[in-house]
Design a protein around this ligand. Structure first.
Ligand SMILES: [Zn+2]
Length: 207
């Protein structure tokens, strides 16, 4: 198995795993991983493929701007340029984009950013659980990928490998596909905690 095919198989397996977690409904969401450096190529999810049916041949090779190289069997996800922008901005090796309900609700509840502190699960993002406060940035959605990329670049918090996009979902990145997927699980846990905390703890306190 070539290195490229190995990565494409891993991309498909990670995509199905994220689908199984309920974060890639319909054909939503996409995943990318750096396929080679100099020149930088990415392997990106194909557009329009049901995520539970994703196979290795659904990985599309793009250039460093997220444009498909010649001879690809499928078109890359429309959001490929945003993946490319994040790889360029933070040196990530893999980016996960999902429409997890927790990310959309948290962005609506805290449009100025989601504050997190003390939680053990923060360690899953390489953060401290000892009291330091972190803010997950939130940006407005756009149908223009260059515009969305600019907003994400401008909002990046170097301590947090995640940006929420209001009314849309989130981008999470890491040093490998597994790292980006694991971090996505941690982010979802943290956002669910913050959303449920308000209902379970704050409302109970006020009685
Ligand atoms: Zn999306």
């Amino acid at each position: 198995m070539s290195m490229q095919h190995g990565r494409a198989a891993q991309l498909a397996a990670t995509t199905r795993q994220l689908y199984d977690l309920g974060w890639m409904r319909g054909t939503s969401g996409n995943v990318s991983v750096v396929a080679q450096d100099q020149p930088l190529h990415l392997l990106v999810s194909a557009s329009g493929i049901a995520k539970h049916a994703t196979q290795p041949e659904h990985a599309v090779v793009t250039d460093s701007a997220g444009r498909a190289l010649d001879g690809q069997a499928h078109a890359p996800s429309a959001e490929a340029p945003v993946h490319a922008a994040i790889v360029d901005a933070v040196g990530a090796r893999s980016v996960v984009h999902v429409h997890a309900m927790s990310s959309v609700l948290a962005a609506a509840r805290w449009p100025g950013g989601v504050r997190l502190s003390r939680l053990e699960q923060l360690k899953g993002l390489g953060c401290s659980a000892e009291g330091e406060e972190y803010v997950v940035p939130v940006v407005l959605n756009s149908q223009d990928m260059a515009d969305l990329s600019r907003r994400i670049r401008a909002a990046l918090n170097p301590e947090m490998p995640v940006v929420l996009v209001a009314d849309h979902g989130m981008y999470v990145w890491g040093s490998s596909l597994d790292d980006a997927a694991n971090r996505t699980e941690s982010v979802d846990w943290l956002l669910q905690y913050r959303l449920m905390h308000d209902v379970v703890v704050r409302d109970a306190d006020s009685r």
